[in-house]
Design a protein around this ligand. Structure first.
Ligand code: MGD
Ligand code: SF4
Length: 727
């Protein structure tokens, strides 16, 4: 079967195009004033991003009305962000996939044919068994984003396959996970364990809180600003956070490690570090001290372009507020390919300031001890799949998404079947489209579980339409945080069309494969009710309150003088990493100068926009209205040189000759003359995403120079350069 030919031609013929579309935003157009009909409320946990804020869905006469925050939710402080309040748009989206679709060849042409759930499930189960018969049970992989992926992980584990990755590891937080784990023995986690509301000083280094709207992060950051905390923002762009800052350090892109080393140099040489904390808790201080000696602020000036006196002043400001100083670890950390080293440097500075485990720094999170439903546990993997598919990254704690695709290409590829749950790989993993096509041509089975006909569905044999988060039960939210709590997501509406919840889909497949014992529930509500009863609550109670808080059992911060055993090899905070040394990496953070821009080109930097979460919301009609397209931010000097004015459409051409969709110019002083900036998630090409298709430009398509971090396997995406072309 040649899938590639089909993908090029049409992307996807979905039932959405064939069947009559649902009324666009029909649910909202009611004759009476909102709030005057019969009102019902249902608890939910927002799924527009993965911060998991608890809310309430309000319906009027059974129709969608609005979503509000749950006032009892300490995690979100009772508020939803802009995107969360637009969640109804995901339910109302007229382009949703309506029924299972199967790739068929008719009259020599490949297309997707609407089929029943039974037909789709039979087809997948047969292919899985055929793969197992020919190659073994361990040859299926799962790429997933979001908690719903756990149902499919369970299914594949029960079948005997354990290969699994979240793009949020290798395309996002992987370097930070490893950098902090190597230093403190634990990662930062999600939600980030940052105690910003109590910070006296916050350093944001490439983390643009405010545009990157992780609800409670923004709220605690705002509290810190209101408390007159000193904010230091390091960003080549004058971000929203920079505008609230005491110091804005417009760093030359890619030189952050140089600044971090210079800060260490000042903190150590001026004896501003927390001597007692380091003596009690850390190892490797003398090696670190010797290592940073050459990297004084004058040296850093030549790399970063930052005034040496400003580097000294900001280091002293940090020390003045320590330990209530937080050098924020950031979240999307895959930048230049030396990202684990940068995250290690950030972790080390926090250690020097004594902020890990201290008020105003990093608190110790706790979650509810929620028992697992009593169902048989799938056996552990019989094969060490990580040593087969990602052997070059022995320290990577998670699956690496691009390695899964690469190991799906060719007749002798290890992976033979792929499940993709809720992740749109062509816009997510940089420079992957060609490899995805090759993988699709090699694999015996590709199953995509999605709500929308996104680009990834064009590679599938079978597309399974999941209902949205507003139409299903999911696992209870039980996130590690300051106040342990549980939150319930329950269906506010019946699933539209023939869509089904992920747990139901995984269970049907399991039963067809003779693995039903691993999914012994009739309805997922049973699982939730059983779990809740083990901790003194019930589904009935949670349906009324939505969120329940529990008492902490462990202290929030280290006690003064407390003996702490860190989960590192030495039991101490490792300023010098013996593990990195053992595996042949630099044991202390090393600065590598970034690649220079070719003449006439500008570094492409990208980030979030407050109204959208990646590409998953750009077709949401409510959020589309707030921000229909992205713009390319261009410095006025650059604009003048290229005769550009705000509002012009241009195309961007990268260093390898790849040309983007057209994108509108925004001339601004908020980005330096050596870079341009654009929001990620636009420039979809899938024709059936009718609102967003071909609107704005896709940064991922311009990222053809990918610098893979040798430690984490993360894909560094910021070594790409663009110039302007007429649209
Ligand atoms: P999206 O691209 O938004 O996020 O990457 P992804 O997780 O792939 O794709 C989400 C998909 O989930 C969409 O197809 C959507 O229709 C589908 N979906 C939405 N809701 C549901 C649901 O309830 N059920 C199911 N089954 N499907 C659903 C994110 C990743 O991208 C991350 S975490 C980061 S930090 C990186 N950011 C980034 C960047 O900023 N720039 C570039 N160039 N690449 C990036 N890649 C990374
Ligand atoms: Fe939803 Fe916003 Fe919370 Fe994310 S931060 S879960 S989009 S309300």
């Amino acid at each position: 079967m040649n899938r590639r030919e089909f993908i090029k031609r049409s992307g996807l013929f979905g039932a959405t195009a064939a069947a009559s579309p649902t009324l666009f935003l029909g649910g909202c157009s009611k004759p009476a004033l909102p709030g005057t009909g019969e009102i019902a409320t249902t608890p939910t946990v927002c799924d527009i991003c993965f911060w998991k804020c608890a809310g309430t869905v309000h319906t009027e006469n059974g129709l969608p009305w609005k979503i509000t925050g749950n006032p009892d939710d300490t995690h979100s402080q009772g508020r939803l962000c802009t995107r969360g309040t637009g969640g109804l748009g995901a339910y109302q989206d007229r382009d949703r996939i309506q029924q299972p679709l199967l790739r068929v060849t008719e009259d020599g042409q490949q297309k997707f044919k609407p089929v029943s759930w039974d037909e789709a499930i039979d087809f997948i189960a047969e292919r899985m068994q055929s793969i197992a018969g020919k190659h073994g049970n361990d040859r299926l992989a799962l790429l997933a984003h979001g908690s719903g992926g756990t149902h499919f992980e369970r299914l594949l584990n029960a079948f005997g396959s354990h290969i699994y990755a979240h793009p949020s590891y290798a395309q996002c937080r992987g370097p930070r996970d490893i950098g902090f784990s190597l230093t403190f023995g634990e990662s930062v986690g999600s939600p980030d364990r940052t105690d910003m509301a109590n910070s006296g000083c916050i350093v944001l280094i490439g983390s643009h809180i405010g545009e990157n709207l992780h609800n409670s992060q923004v709220q605690t950051f705002t509290q810190a600003v209101e408390n007159d905390a000193s904010i230091i923002t390091v960003d080549p762009r004058f971000s929203v956070a920079a505008s609230k800052s005491q110091y804005w350090l417009p760093i030359r892109p890619g030189t952050d490690i140089a600044l971090l080393l210079a800060w260490m140099n000042v903190l150590i040489n001026e004896e501003l570090y927390d001597r007692e904390y380091i003596q009690n808790y850390a190892t490797g201080f003398e090696q670190l001290k010797a290592h940073v000696q050459p990297f004084n602020p004058e040296w850093a000036y030549l790399e970063t372009g930052l005034d040496p006196e400003q580097i000294r002043t900001t280091a002293r400001t940090m020390a003045m507020h320590a330990p209530a100083t937080l050098v924020h670890p950031g979240r999307h950390t895959t930048w230049y390919g030396d990202d684990t080293q940068r995250s290690r440097a950030i972790a080390i500075i926090n250690a020097l300031l004594g902020s890990w485990g201290r008020k105003g720094g990093f608190y110790q999170p706790e979650k509810v001890a929620l028992p697992k439903y009593p169902a048989p546990k799938p056996d552990k993997s019989k094969t060490d799949w990580k040593s087969i598919i990602q052997k070059d990254f022995p320290l990577a704690p998670s699956g690496i998404s691009q390695a899964i695709i690469e190991n799906s290409i060719g007749d002798d590829a290890y992976i033979k079947g792929l499940f993709v749950y809720s992740t749109n790989l062509p816009l997510t993993i940089p420079n992957i489209t060609q490899k995805l096509q090759q993988a699709a041509n090699s694999l015996d089975l590709v199953v995509v579980i999605d709500t929308l006909p996104a680009e990834i569905t064009g590679y599938a044999d079978v597309i399974l339409p999941e209902c949205t988060y507003l139409e299903r039960y999911d696992n209870l939210r039980n996130s590690p945080e300051k106040i342990p709590s549980l939150a319930l997501r329950e269906p506010a509406f019946k699933p539209k069309h023939q869509t089904k919840p992920g747990w139901w889909i995984a269970k049907q497949l399991a039963e067809k494969l003779g693995l039903g014992k691993y999914f012994p529930w009739q309805d997922y509500a049973e699982v939730l009710d059983w779990q809740l009863k083990q901790v003194g609550s019930s589904l009935e109670e949670m349906q009324k309150i939505g969120v329940k808080q529990f008492k902490r059992k462990t202290p929030l911060y280290f006690k003064p003088g407390e003996k702490v055993e860190f989960k590192t090899a030495t039991g101490k905070i490792e300023l010098y990493s013996g593990i990195l040394k053992e595996y042949g990496y630099d044991p202390l953070p090393k600065y590598t100068p970034p690649q220079e821009s070719p003449e006439g080109y500008y570094r492409l930097i990208y980030g979030r926009a407050p109204a959208h979460t990646f590409g998953r919301t750009t077709n949401n009609p409510l959020l589309f209205e707030l921000m229909p397209e992205n713009t390319v931010w261009v410095n006025s000097r650059t604009a003048k040189a290229h005769k550009l004015v705000s509002g012009d459409y241009v195309k961007l051409k990268n260093q390898d000759g790849v040309i983007s969709n057209r994108i509108r110019v925004r001339v601004t002083e908020r980005v330096g003359p050596n870079a341009v900036f654009m929001a990620h998630g636009f420039g979809h090409t899938a024709p059936n995403l009718r609102l967003t298709s071909n609107v704005g430009a896709d940064d991922a398509s311009l990222i053809t120079n990918v610098k893979v971090d040798p430690i984490s396997g993360g894909t560094g995406m910021r070594s790409n350069f663009v110039t302007f072309m007429e649209a």
